[in-house]
Design a protein around this ligand. Structure first.
Ligand code: ADP
Ligand code: MG
Length: 572
């Protein structure tokens, strides 16, 4: 019998070494053939591997981890179906412009095309969602492939990249000294290749932007999750407070400046976008979420100044003025340019007053709604109780995860974001099923923060098995399920829609009424609460927030409260 040469390492070990050298310290995934040893070797090198039940949730976690930490989140999957499940995460990273690397094992290259175990052309499958892909066709190709997928994910506009590792390559061996040599070569190649983020073209564009803002009667500053990713909060605060220009965050931009800021136009959104004449849009796309920047939501005359890391994005929207560059850097330059010749709208400026007046009016109306204690619960009564409990926590604010139709829409209006990057929701794609993956990513990325998920029951169901993952790693995550018995809630069909041989089946939107989601977590040793009244909810929240242990609070909502499809009714 041949004695294994101790100085030899296999492909699995080499991938783990490269990941660790590249600074990867967390990985999300599901192990199995042929990548189990890769995960074990990575753990032995100090990488924390968070093992999930399903690659879809692990992929969503990796994408959010990339957003929260600004370093690519890494997903590890098995071949074929594992890769296909993981594509959900990769596509979500692409849609949201978040850095993520998906690494999948693949079948043996010598059997390609002959129906090998879990055989799939994974490079082709990943192509629509990956900004760059690499396949290590031989063990010597591993170091360069690993570094290039990691670097590409975070460069320029962030996004997903894909690395394919055939099982034969993972089992190939080389001398450890040769491996070190290959890593050294790949690292020096990497240093030369590191793609610089685009530099802001010239100071003339900055001057033009400032001129537009200065001469505007009704300026507005809009910022989104690209600005949050860039960590532009200090620069935005300086720019906004020195000029007195009102601001409007997108859902995940919320918190860069606190929602309670006196220049926040969030509660006067329609007026702000309908009447502004110059909008400085930072790290947010003029896509469906911002009504494409077009009438009737925006005025016909509005001039857009668009700041984005992606030149393509600026080409696509053809704003009045486009500035390609990093949000933090560009906003800093705008502020500096203004400082030399300052201007400030001031509190009594008619535009500022109009927005503040409308905001106050809308906020007062909402508070009046929230003040009514409705039992059985509508959406607003428990949302107010949750808002107050979260605000009671102070700083560091918890990271809020939110998905669902009514639950997410109303949550966005009622729940308050006071700190940057403390909101994760269905995002650009309106992705349902992100909930538990995002919770786990947030807990792993920000161990000092509590994580609170406010989810519809249908959103929760997509990833509910991952509550076991919460318990296994003892993550401080409190999942609050708004349980109204289905998608949108109770059976809302018109009588004439209910016919045919299966008319007695539950409606396609209905789940088992009274589902005991809180017991689900208890099966694994976590803590569950059922809350049907304000007192029950308050005491469950108080206990859960102080325990900081995996918790599910099952909130019983009237199945007929809320609107079908939330605010997207016109599309359904
Ligand atoms: P939101 O959903 O908040 O409106 P989007 O995802 O639509 O945000 O837009 C985010 C934009 O931010 C993307 O177009 C992306 O290219 C851009 N972006 C990403 N990173 C940066 C950065 N560092 N600086 C500026 N823009 C960025
Ligand atoms: Mg529901």
């Amino acid at each position: 019998m041949a004695i294994e040469n101790p100085s030899k390492i296999d492909g699995n070990a080499l991938v783990a070494m490269c990941l660790s050298r590249a600074g990867v310290d967390r990985m999300f995934g599901v192990v199995g053939i042929p990548v189990t040893s890769l995960a074990n070797k990575a753990v032995a090198l100090g990488v924390r591997f968070i093992a999930f039940h399903n690659e879809q949730s692990a992929g969503y976690a990796a994408s959010a981890y990339g957003y929260l930490t600004r370093r690519p989140g890494v997903l590890l999957t098995v071949s074929g179906p594992g890769c296909v499940h993981g594509l959900a995460g990769l596509s979500n990273a692409a849609a949201n412009a978040w850095p993520m690397v998906m690494i999948s094992g693949s079948s043996d290259q010598s059997f390609t095309g002959r129906g090998d175990f879990q055989e799939l052309d994974q490079i082709a499958a990943a192509k629509p969602f990956a900004k760059f892909s690499a396949k290590a066709t031989d063990i010597t190709k591993i170091p360069k492939s690993v570094f290039s997928v990691i670097d590409s994910a975070a460069s320029g506009r962030p996004g997903g990249t894909y690395l394919d590792l055939p099982s034969d390559v993972l089992h190939q061996t080389i001398d450890e000294s040769e491996a070190e040599q290959l890593i050294a070569e790949a690292l020096s190649y990497r240093k030369n290749q590191l793609i610089q983020n685009p530099r802001v073209s010239n100071s003339t564009t900055i001057q033009k932007a400032v001129e537009l803002l200065k001469t505007s009667q009704r300026p507005l500053i809009v910022f989104g999750k690209g600005a949050a990713y860039s960590r532009a909060e200090n620069e935005l605060t300086k720019l906004i407070e020195s000029t007195g220009i009102p601001f409007l965050p997108t859902p995940m931009g919320k918190g860069l400046l606190p929602d309670s800021h006196e220049l926040a136009a969030t509660a006067a959104r329609s007026l702000a976008i309908g009447k502004c004449d110059v909008a400085l849009v930072v790290g947010a796309r003029l896509n469906w979420l911002l009504h494409f920047g077009e009438p009737p939501k925006w005025s016909k005359e509005v001039k857009f100044i668009l700041v984005d890391i992606s030149e393509e994005e600026i080409e696509l929207r053809k704003p009045c003025l486009g500035i390609v560059g990093d949000a933090k850097e560009v906003v800093g330059m705008l502020h500096k340019e203004i400082k030399d010749d300052p201007f400030c709208l001031g509190k009594t400026h008619p535009w500022v007053e109009a927005l503040r007046g409308k905001s106050n009016e809308n906020l007062a109306n909402m508070e009046a709604q929230l003040a009514k204690e409705v039992v059985p619960f509508n959406f607003l009564t428990p949302m107010k109780i949750i808002r107050d409990a979260i605000l009671g926590l102070g700083s560091p604010a918890p990271i809020l995860v939110s998905e669902g139709a009514n639950t997410m829409d109303l949550g966005r209006a009622v729940l308050v974001q006071m700190e940057p990057r403390t909101r994760l929701d269905a995002g650009t794609w309106g992705t349902m099923g992100v909930g538990l993956g995002y919770c786990i990513a947030a807990a792993v990325a920000s161990p000092d923060r509590l994580v609170v998920a406010v989810e519809g029951d249908s959103g929760f169901g997509f990833s509910a098995m991952e509550v076991e993952t919460l318990v296994r790693y003892q993550l401080p995550v409190v999942v609050i399920v708004f349980n109204n018995g289905g998608v949108y809630g109770g059976d809302r069909r018109n009588p004439e829609e209910i016919s045919g041989p299966y008319k007695d089946d539950p409606a396609p939107t209905s789940f088992v009424p009274g589902a005991a989601y809180h017991i689900l977590l208890e099966a694994f040793g976590g803590k569950g609460y059922l809350a049907a009244t304000p007192d029950e909810l308050k005491s469950a929240l108080a206990e859960a927030f102080s325990a900081r242990k995996p918790t599910v609070i099952n909130v019983v909502i009237d199945p007929f409260a809320g609107a079908e499809s939330g605010r997207m009714q016109h599309k359904n």
